[in-house]
Design a protein around this ligand. Sequence first.
Ligand SMILES: Nc1ncnc2c1ncn2[C@@H]1O[C@H](COP(=O)(O)OP(=O)(O)OP(=O)(O)O)[C@@H](O)[C@H]1O
Length: 361
Amino acid sequence: MNESALYETLARIDDPKLGEDIVSLGVVTDIHLDGETTNVEVALHAPHAPDERWIATAIRDELEDAGLERDLELSLAPESTRHEGPTPDVKNVIAVSSGKGGVGKTTVAVNLATALADRGARVGILDGDVYGPNVPRVLGVEGAPTLTDDERIVPPEHEGVKVLSIGQLVPEDEAAVLRGPMVDSLLQRLLTETEWAPLDYLVVDLPPGTGDAQLTLCQTVDVTGAVVVTTPQRVAIDDARRNLSMFGSHGIPVLGIVENMRTFECTSCGDHHDLFGNGGGDELAREYDVPFLGALPIDQDIRVDGDEGSPVALGDGASARAFETLAGNTADAVGALRRRDSALASSVGEAVPADESPIES
Ligand SMILES: Nc1ncnc2c1ncn2[C@@H]1O[C@H](COP(=O)(O)OP(=O)(O)OP(=O)(O)O)[C@@H](O)[C@H]1O
């Protein structure tokens, strides 16, 4: 079998999200037959995402069926389509946002980061909520950041997650009175002067609302996409809508919507109660044509484990499973967005030849 026959073989594989085959989409960037070995380079960007694992397995299966020895190399997308993180070795930046305060944004950010790390990804979390820096407490981090000889910040690591918060550097009462420009420059430092790399995902817990702080943060690092957290009730959904409009009008991609505090299961009678309503998040996702990433129950363990600094995602109950699903869906949304961007870039001729850009991962 020659290389063009192999392209045809791999064109039988349809992308699980984008509805086109992976060769037309440019996911297969190069095929090289070398004696007994076949090298297939693929542009996949969301490590440990279920969809991208599926694509890699499907390619291996096709090669096996074709009787070829399997040797699959992964390559990054052409330079022009890369989402620039704070450093080149931070592959994806996920901003977790909410229109309304208190809907569980920090809880989702911490458990999302933990669940992504639990899947095997290299993860960091930046607490960008300067006025309520709760991430270290919810994650249970006690260590403080240190400095390298050239004054770069080294974040402590906990449960496989690098974590940095303004609360670790500035006393909480001082952080609460910081003014906008000081906040911006501090956050910029935390993003760009920190030894984050190498990371697959940097999760950023944004302050609630739709102000300058959110935008500055998103634009400073060129976020891959935002996850919008809401509770099901009308007032939270309305605020989430403002959040979505803000991202839309500034060209910041939305990865999807999370509905937190959907149902409460009574431990005595087993009945389910929709204390704040049900389904507002799905409807919003449909309205804005963005993915619905998952629903999380109202669960006392989520609150207690958050207070105790032991993320519920690390457990094995229903809430842990819900966060596991959420992490998989979020990584899939990152992957779909990046593959779509690569396909668009190559269709308008921006792609550089694969042999000039591949980077093993
Ligand atoms: N699904 C849930 N079930 C039970 N308690 C929850 C759930 N989600 C969040 N909580 C609790 O609700 C409270 C607020 O959550 P959290 O701090 O994550 O919200 P937030 O949106 O980040 O708030 P802020 O606007 O202050 O930044 C916390 O005590 C948290 O433990």
